[in-house]
Design a protein around this ligand. Sequence first.
Ligand code: PBG
Length: 336
Amino acid sequence: MSIGELLRPRTTVDLTKRPRRLRSSAAMRELVREHAVRVGSLVQPLFVVDPGQPQGEISSMPGVFRYTVENVAAECRELAALGIKAVLLFGIPDFKDSVASSAHDPAGVVQRAIRAIKRDVPEMLVIADLCNCEYTDHGHCGILDEAGDVDNDATLELLGRTALSYAEAGVDVIAPSDMMDGRVGYLRATLDGSSFGSIPIMSYAVKFASAFYGPFREAADSTPQFGDRRTYQMDPANAREALREALIDLDEGADFLIVKPALAYMDLIRAVKEISDVPVACYNVSGEYAMVKAAGRNGWIDENRTIDEILTSFVRAGADIIITYFAKSYAQRHRT
Ligand code: PBG
């Protein structure tokens, strides 16, 4: 076909359908908008440190801070005033050993933080991440056997003890992120057997062995001292296995399911949403945050527009709840 022929107007083109009509003004676009981020569905992760640990801003996560037990409640009060309903706590203890003793210490950093927040800002929902990697000297998420492998069943008992100590401190939701088999059922039975039957379990059901956790491990000082997490976290190549994990956790009594990371796993947010009947959360992890901040600081992207686009896309993909380090700044920019 010649250029002349290509440029000739085609009388057969159908212009009865003009989607651009509904994009003609800001008001029209607002009218037909299908999805929106609700500030009330955002969860702000918070790092809480023991006195001997570094405080202040995390270098690879500009705008994200490590708090002490003394100042974490004040941060929660600010978040509550912005309309944020829930925080997800991570502890960074002074003491680590091979069996994560400080994880279930009734006077541990997370237990103290839960008490402080529930005392000062009782309306704030406190979700506690439940894992051992911040509390073990080897940095793995469970107890090691003689061969140096994570011992699944011995780790369950440890998780149960820590969950009970969080419950006793007044936690609202327990969020196990260790990826041991059977932990949701084990924790459900443990909580129910100790008069904590009303505490829901938000399971990191679909959690991948991801390079996107890099900045978190720096922040939480939880990098494994040898090996990696691939014998318990999932292979990023697997989607059907993700659904299997989600179904197992539902069957064991999970009240919420988390897909983590989020950005590179939007297909699984949608898929988990379709096969489940509980709220689905996605975790917009530290590496996803760091990439946006780095590019924004270099002037390579418009940071705020990028954040809004990403969070809206999680909603479009099916996320009911978004766990994100952008929660506070998003709420500040979208004050009503
Ligand atoms: C603990 C845990 C991790 C994250 C949340 N809980 C680290 C890991 O599994 O290595 C990552 C969160 C983030 O990157 O923002 N197991």
